[in-house]
Design a protein around this ligand. Structure first.
Ligand code: G3P
Ligand code: CA
Length: 316
């Protein structure tokens, strides 16, 4: 056993103590999730938007998931195709006319082109870029697999199971499709690919419970919470319940603006906080989106956020 004098031991101990203090004072890295890609600048959920998000140093790129008629996961925010593609032009007669509950007698019924009424081959014929600008003409709706292939190794993936109950009524199982894909891509375990972490989000607690309890998924799960009445979850008891099926909350930013203490309550319950959505032109009392994100990250203390403007994300 080597002999050390007291002076040597004291020096080593003080160096270790100093290192511990430096470590403890390191600010935790704040996480940037590019919302539908860099969607302020490029058409949401296209490879162009994902590419720009990565160039603007996003930690994660978000994908909203929908399901085609032939059972393929695609990245699109809406259940329907008409807002972000030229479906009305390519398939003028393939719409459904919805009867909404508040429909006035005699009023025109809205026409909708549902993703689940079209095969992937049909959806691939659509232009998903021109609505945002002529320079994006020819962008396509990406499949989830294409998003994985494009983003992998460059950033993390942040898929959202969108309206899984609607797809359930149409005979699809969104959670199983996602799980099968994660397994096929060997991404179903935390840390499976250090360069491509995966976080799964949903407004549906049933969807997250199914992933955790039925599919035994260990990846981080984030429960999205929009404004009232879903805000009922944001009590001490509600947050404890969420901790039973998720690892974080993704509240509408207005809920934190209304009650900033919510961040501390969630942290006490062991949950991360990732509010949505920070975008230029919708910043309320803030001068601009950078100032708004700065307030949420460094004053309110959120861990991460969803933004359409990754280039404006404040870093410290
Ligand atoms: O998923 C976070 C945020 O994107 C939720 O809102 O409607 O843009 O999917 P939405
Ligand atoms: Ca989303």
């Amino acid at each position: 056993m080597p002999k050390f004098n007291h002076r040597f031991i004291a020096v080593v101990v003080s160096i270790l103590a100093a290192l511990a203090v430096v470590q403890a004072n390191q600010p935790t890295k704040k996480i940037l999730v590019a919302h539908r890609g860099a969607s302020s600048y490029a058409p949401e959920h296209t490879i162009a938007a994902y590419k720009l998000a990565i160039e603007q140093r996003a930690d994660f790129v978000e994908q909203d998931l929908q399901i085609t008629k032939d059972g393929v996961l695609v990245c699109l925010h809406d259940l329907t195709l008409e807002r972000t593609t030229n479906v009305e032009e390519v398939f003028p007669d393939r719409f459904k006319q919805d009867v909404s509950e508040d429909q006035q007698p005699g009023a025109q019924k809205a026409k909708h082109w549902y993703v689940s009424d079209f095969t992937l081959a049909e959806i691939k014929r659509l232009d998903a870029g021109s609505w945002k600008g002529e320079q994006f003409k020819g962008e396509r709706v990406p499949t989830w697999q294409e998003a994985v292939d494009f983003v992998r190794g460059k950033a993390g993936l942040y898929p959202e199971t969108k309206a899984p109950e609607v797809y359930g009524r149409r005979g699809f199982d969104m959670e199983k499709l996602l799980m099968d894909s994660l397994r096929k891509n060997k991404l179903e375990r935390p840390g499976a690919d250090a360069k491509t972490p995966v976080v799964i989000q949903s407004f549906s607690d049933a969807s997250l419970r199914k992933l955790r309890d039925v599919h035994k998924l260990k990846l981080p799960l984030v429960f999205l919470i929009h404004s009232d009445p879903q805000a009922k979850w944001l009590t001490e008891t509600g947050l404890k319940t969420i901790k039973g099926f998720a690892d974080g909350i993704g509240p509408n930013k207005s809920l934190i603006e209304r009650e900033p203490k919510l961040v501390g309550w969630a942290h006490t319950a062991g949950l991360t906080v990732t509010p949505y959505t920070f975008r230029s032109g919708a910043t309320g009392r803030y001068k601009d989106v950078r100032e708004e994100m700065t307030q949420f990250l460094f004053t309110y203390g959120v861990d991460a956020l969803f933004t359409d403007n990754p280039d404006q994300f404040p870093r410290r």
